[in-house]
Design a protein around this ligand. Sequence first.
Ligand code: AMP
Ligand code: GLY
Length: 429
Amino acid sequence: MNVLIVGGGGREHALAVKAADSGNVQNVFVAPGNAGTAADPRRKSISNVDIAATDIDGLIEFAKSKNIGLTIVGPEQPLVAGISDRFSEAGLACFGPTARAAKLEGSKTFAKEFLQRHQIPTAKYRSFTDVSLAHSYLQKQAFPIVIKADGLAAGKGVVIASDLEQSLNAVKDMLSGNRFGDAGHRVVIEEFMSGEELSFICIVSGEDVLSMASSQDHKAAYDGDTGPNTGGMGAYSPAPIADDLLVSKILELVIHPTVRGLKEEGLPYVGFLYAGLMIGSDGIPKVVEFNCRFGDPEAQPVLARLESDLVAHCLAAVSGNLDKEEAVWDQRSCLGVVMAAAKYPESVEKGAVIHGLELSSADTEVYHAGTSLQGEQVVTNGGRVLCITGFGDSVSEARKKAYERVAQIHWDGAWYRSDIGYRAVERET
Ligand code: AMP
Ligand code: GLY
């Protein structure tokens, strides 16, 4: 069978690698892909096609011409734009939710209203389109408080305001400025939740759920979880906080009510469902956000641990047979460190030549994200450039392996966090 992966980041490189490892797959095409998926030295069956992830007509035409048996959609934009609906109409198997179900990620107001309707734990909130109404609400709130752009903002449309003035400015910026474009013309103001964050991702098909291994991600740019929010600067799996008791609470309080609620509302879900959770001191998982796709960079360490067949799992979900699937995991820990380009997340510096990719070290893998090929050379082509994963018997060991490989790779302006996994490492020592 031929498989098409839609997208061009680190998550898509990880999806392509897993798809290529599937017993039943001849060719894996990645649209548009990156330098890693253009020339993965260990997996010759992977290649790129020059079609943008949002060019749904182009992707359908390609899928028909190459007899694609399964398309897996990486990023949220094409899902929110209806790629899954269009593929189904064309009779093509597509793993990803419909546009209406993808609103769980596409509109924070939709997601919050859904959570409330189904009594799923989350922070209290209000939604506003009017600056003065939002401002008078803020006058009566406790701080810190969280201000979010309603629509898609690549993980960057969230401000945690520590005082009234900062919150007033954030709301004004989003509603009357144009900082987040259309995505910011409605804001959600929500209660600040303290605790530890956890990414819980499942393959969903209607009411059937196949849980992926737990993971934790570092969204803040700098060490100690400081600085601006990014798409994610590193992640590891499993997350030691996610013991069996917590996982059963997550399924019972969050995941099952969500998939049941979606079905009841006429939005049966097929695809990856990502619950971003906050685990407070009471041990109750509360939803921070939903994503309608795999996490990036969570996909790199999580999928690296998947020993069972990803393509078989996704096909079973598309055909309504997910209840028969079982996921098998490498019992070791895997940790991924994102290497970013100069000035990320404020802006993106492209075109720096990346050195050291030909070197290798045991138990590590280099997943490409913002890279492209310039002749024989691999150059930077985005903010988050690479994600380097390492395996180990503990998170500390996995982290050591990953950073040894990171140290071999250089380009002008490259930087990364030096403390990925610190909470898990503290637990181990
Ligand atoms: P989101 O885009 O909704 O996932 O928010 C991005 C990040 O902001 C989350 O991963 C959290 O670190 C933080 N965040 C969002 N909402 C809250 C909240 N209500 N309380 C505390 N932190 C939050
Ligand atoms: N790493 C967070 C996300 O993919 O949204």
